[in-house]
Design a protein around this ligand. Structure first.
Ligand code: NAP
Length: 249
């Protein structure tokens, strides 16, 4: 394993399971110290015990401004700075337009779009002061559009726009802002999907199988490292080619 993130301080939201846990493990394996954030604190202890480096566990809801700013303040008190922010926490509340409730719309936009906005705002002063930083937003191939996911696709499309805009705004402070767009990945989130919906998604998958959490973690690690110093405002699709177009069967 490379050692590209030696002693960097990385905040990963939604780190308690799935893709976030894999990202935390990968960043740690390359030398970063971790701030593990999740709404459910119990699962963080388990992950922190499996890391190669020091970790701070913080329970926070990314859609709550006070909790986000307190979490970043705690990270700074503990480690002195924040070098890397990975906005990974996200939720799904799927439904076709006529049945999508206002609550499901608001909840998904709050966690998936407002959450990353608040986290970026909270780390900005720290990264600006040190004139360096890496922000990686976890979007989804669904940002291109996906039936039954109006709320989720809109939240991820909004996050792509936020990524591109902040890339322009923050470049002068040597802060890179990029996004990783996973395709279908085996995690508790996908396991919670109805069997029929999952089978349909697999039929549309060029590779015919789901990707792994480690595929996403590798892309995030690259974008968090000096290897990606001149990459800014980009979306890397890690989806087995699904974003390239329709698969004719
Ligand atoms: P997951 O297994 O559901 O894990 C997400 C984690 O985030 C959970 O531990 C969850 O806690 C936590 N979380 C939820 N709401 C939060 C909040 N308000 N504040 C802080 N933490 C919160 O999801 P995943 O599949 O690993 O997905 C991770 C990211 O990848 C998401 O942004 C998702 O949209 C994106 N993604 C996933 C796939 C896929 O195929 N899995 C594909 C494309 C994009 P609880 O479990 O307690 O709610």
């Amino acid at each position: 394993m490379l050692n590209r993130l030696q002693d960097k301080i990385a905040v990963v939201t939604g780190a308690g399971q799935g893709i976030g846990a894999a990202i935390a493990k990968r960043l740690s394996s390359e030398g970063a110290k971790l701030v593990l954030v999740d709404i459910n604190e119990d699962c963080l202890k388990d992950i922190s015990g499996k890391l190669d480096t020091e970790a701070l566990c913080v329970a926070a809801d990314v859609s709550n401004k006070d909790q986000v700013f307190a979490m970043i303040a705690q990270a700074k008190d503990t480690f002195g700075t924040v070098d890397i922010l990975v906005n990974n926490a996200g939720i799904i509340r799927d439904g076709f337009l006529a049945k999508l409730s206002e609550d499901d719309w608001e909840k998904v936009i709050d966690v998936n779009l407002k959450g990353p906005f608040l986290c970026c705002q909270a780390v900005f002063d720290i990264m600006k002061a040190q004139n360096s930083g890496k922000i990686v937003n976890i979007v989804s191939r669904s940002w291109l559009g996906n039936i039954g996911q109006a709320n989720y696709s809109a939240s991820k499309g909004g996050l792509v726009s936020l990524t591109r805009t902040l890339a322009l705004e923050l470049a002068r402070f040597q802060i890179n802002v990029n996004a990783v767009a996973p395709g279908l990945i085996g995690t508790p989130m996908t396991k919670s999907m109805p069997e029929e919906a999952l089978a349909r998604l697999l039929r549309m998958q060029p590779t015919g199988k789901m990707g792994s959490v480690n595929d996403i973690a590798a892309a995030v690690c690259f974008l968090s490292s000096g290897d990606a110093q001149f990459i800014n405002g980009q979306v890397i699709h890690v989806d087995g080619g699904k974003s390239c177009g329709l698969l004719s069967l």
